[in-house]
Design a protein around this ligand. Sequence first.
Ligand code: NAD
Ligand code: UGA
Length: 475
Amino acid sequence: MKINNICCIGAGYVGGPTMSVIADRCPHIQVNVVDINQERINSWNDSNLMNLPIYEPGLDQIVGRCRGKNLHFSTDLERHISQADMIFISVNTPTKTKGIGAGKASDLKWVEASARKVASFARGHTIVVEKSTLPVRTAEVIQQILQVEERSGKKQEQGPTFDVLSNPEFLSEGSAVKDLEEPDRVLIGGDNDEAIEALSRIYKKWVPEENILHTNIWSSELAKLTANAFLAQRISSINSIAALCEATGGDVREVARAIGSDSRIGARFLDSGPGFGGSCFKKDILNLVYLSRFFGLSEVADFWGGVVTLNQWHQHRVSTLIVKKLFGTLASKKIAVLGFAFKANTNDTRESAAIQICKDLIDEGAILFIHDPKASPNQIEIDLGIKPLDKCIDGSNSKETSKDGTWCFASKIIDAADQADAILVLTEWEEYTQINWLEIANRMRKPAWVFDSRSILKYEEVIHAGLNFWRIGMG
Ligand code: NAD
Ligand code: UGA
């Protein structure tokens, strides 16, 4: 099973960067990334690499090196599926919004549609790789769809025949390129040794062999959901302790350092913040909860469900304490919100804690001036579901602040801070650590507050500038 041609269905946050790195490391393989979204494909093909649809440090350089040589972006699914020896399915798998399992189970309609396209267009023997995060036993669904075509009297002399593998992705946004180039592990689940070896050979071009793990297909699917559940659980755990620190006089950073130095616990993923966001943690846990209930394991379902419940409670806790500190009312108060992306170094705002927190503050009557280096005003508008004030969309300070409960985009931090009653840091962008607090304090309305939900600001500098200061988990 020699792989000369790869097709990836889905040119999103996973498909785009993953295939770019494969193309970069395997110049002998032609890699075609296909998507039904013409606009997204146009952006991937934009001659200006600054306009790629996804912001990831280092990605533009890789795309610049490979695009047009062995990396191609297209909407021609039929052509590229029919030419491929290996097809990755890397489409979105959000939580179902209606029907059985609504609000919990994964919506597999895009995966099913992809499998049907593969069944229709594939030629010869094709290895189909699940890259999307999927509920356990989804491979069975894909196999069933493909088998219909295998059995249907064959339109071609040879094939199509298929092997299905699970190869979940563990990259984190913001560090996707590094995670792909130096993964802790690559996981391949399947039962055909030849197909597993064909996929392993690709990764072996740059990943040490001992880091390529082989399991059965169901373990692989379940390991992906479990990894995300464990990571999210750590964040809810530390955020719960942050609340306790604030109540008791502890400092969550000190507690995290103390427990993190125990090698059994480990130091990473213990930063208390405004609550976890991102497209996957919540949906993957809800999926695990759904599966557990489906199999009659209600205690297991309740255990994992608690991680999401705590996260939601924590986000509201942040907005509630801001209202309390600002004398119980936000009506007509201006708040500068620094950061809207769900974490630094990405333009992704999906499930960002900023969405809920900003909505809460707007409900209380605040006028938010939202700054983010990468998240677009259009995306923020979609996420909040509220049109911004026209006058300050370009960052110039609006006098139109008589309107309660609204927002606008500020392209400069200083404009966001002008006459603000408070500054709220929601994303840990590096540039927020460089703020000149004396300059900012001069522009704010007093008494003024700084709320640091990411624990990235220097306490002494903010206090020295004459501002009140609150930091997550600092009692
Ligand atoms: P995404 O929404 O950014 O991209 C998915 C793409 O698939 C979209 O561009 C969409 O147009 C395309 N698509 C949907 N149906 C299609 C079809 N039938 N044919 C062609 N294209 C189709 O999603 P993502 O963030 O890349 O996530 C993809 C999967 O990877 C999900 O299952 C997710 O859980 C998982 N995952 C995501 C991350 C992450 O950091 N975002 C990390 C690991 C795993
Ligand atoms: C996460 C996992 O880390 C990846 O391994 C996985 O592949 C991916 O989900 C996925 O399946 O989609 P990602 O969501 O991109 O990656 O980002 P993380 O770094 O995990 O951060 C998730 C959220 O937790 C962010 O809102 C982040 O700010 C928050 N977080 C993270 C904290 O509040 N504290 C921490 O210590 C770490």
